[in-house]
Design a protein around this ligand. Structure first.
Ligand code: AMP
Length: 363
């Protein structure tokens, strides 16, 4: 638990003019529809923007206020926090916010009310905590191998840190593992310390579905908001080369996300989808008080046995929600109006203000 304590944040919130709340975020990742959605729900909006990166926010006209900083990480500086509080801001965290601000600063120094549970952000960032949360939640995840000598099937090898899947590789025997590690060390794609920290897991052969949920703490309900699949470089380009030629080209696969496709699942799989979301919310309640709140995403592979295996999760809004800035088939089913994830967050904050329960949505 960080040094920013709940009471301090509640005190800041108490001082806010509830008729005049600003929804603010860092200008990157999913901020376009976070801000657009906030405006649709009648809020003022502010974007904290790195100098030179204002163009999309100006051209799409989603922000009322701009706080221009030299670098993204300045969002945690005292003067920026001061400006945000002066605007009665509630900050919506997203992947870039977490990456640039840093977990330590968010937990220890960021004294601005944030939407959702700030303590859960560490649980999605650290692989061991993430696995613990999924296991506690009874979610099917890829089997983990603790030592290369145990490799008895096709496995995927991952390295620590967010490097967009660069250097991940697939192997089927201990010999193949060591052979590929040696060649990657020679190329300096990885270092000796990476080898010790290599994470080995069962390779799941299936189709990719990233499932976007919203847990409403006000209604105690898990909502299915949308789904996307990833468009990754260079693997999605490599697969356009015929298999026989793939063997001849000296290219190694990488899994750097460059975009997202909207997707829907077979309707018969949706019961499994709701079960996964409900289970995660139950697990999070036990491990990370006060539990999940707001958007989360389960990144999965669906096998030909129609089993959904979750290989990664986001405990905040995920980039794939950009595939439904207006609506997804699922958010349409639920709301019957244009509902992006950004707008859903703003709707929850609005409902919280109207029912005088904003405190349970904020940390
Ligand atoms: P990650 O960095 O964990 O998000 O993984 C990057 C990409 O690697 C994913 O989008 C998947 O295409 C693929 N991937 C990750 N884990 C597995 C796995 N256990 N089995 C098969 N493919 C995987």
């Amino acid at each position: 638990m960080g040094k920013v304590n709940r009471q301090e944040i509640l005190d800041v919130l108490k001082g806010y003019d509830k008729e005049n709340i600003t929804i603010a975020t860092l200008g990157s990742h999913t901020s376009l529809h976070i801000l657009k959605g906030a405006k649709k729900e009648g809020f003022k909006t502010a974007v904290v923007c790195e100098k030179g990166r204002e163009v999309p926010y100006k051209r799409f006209k989603v922000a009322d206020e701009y706080i221009i900083v030299d670098k993204f990480s300045d969002i945690v500086n005292d003067d920026v926090q001061e400006k945000l509080r002066a605007m009665n801001s509630i900050v919506v965290p997203h992947g870039s916010f977490v990456a640039y601000a840093g977990l330590d600063r968010i937990e220890d120094d960021f004294n601005v009310p944030m939407f959702g549970n700030r303590d859960i952000l560490r649980w999605e960032s650290e692989r061991d905590l993430e696995r613990k949360l999924m296991i506690e939640s009874n979610i099917r995840i890829p089997r983990k191998f603790t030592d290369p000598s145990e490799i008895d099937r096709t496995v995927m090898i991952k390295f620590p840190g967010a490097r967009g899947g660069r250097g991940y590789f697939v192997a089927s025997t201990p010999e193949e593992f060591h052979q590929k590690i040696d060649s990657m060390l020679k190329r300096e794609w990885i270092g000796e310390e990476d080898v010790e920290n290599a994470h080995i897991e069962e390779y799941v052969s299936g189709c990719n579905y990233c499932i976007h949920y919203f847990y409403s703490a006000l209604n105690d309900e898990v909502e299915l908001m949308g789904m996307d699949s990833r468009y990754e470089s260079n693997i999605d380009g490599l697969t356009r080369i015929p298999a026989k030629d793939q063997l001849d080209v000296a290219l190694d696969p990488s899994y750097v996300i460059t975009g997202n496709h909207p997707v829907v699942m077979r309707e018969s799989l949706l019961s499994q989808v709701f079960e996964i979301g409900d289970n995660l919310v139950e697990g999070a309640k036990k491990l990370v008080a006060p539990g999940m709140s707001g958007p989360f995403c389960m990144q999965s592979l669906c096998t030909d046995d129609l089993e959904i295996v979750v290989f990664e999760m986001s405990a905040r809004i995920d980039g794939g929600t950009n595939t439904f800035m207006d609506s997804s088939p699922y958010s349409y089913l639920l709301f019957g109006e244009n509902m992006s994830m950004g707008r859903r967050i703003a709707r929850e904050i609005k409902n919280g203000i109207e029912s005088d329960r904003l405190d349970i949505l904020i940390t």
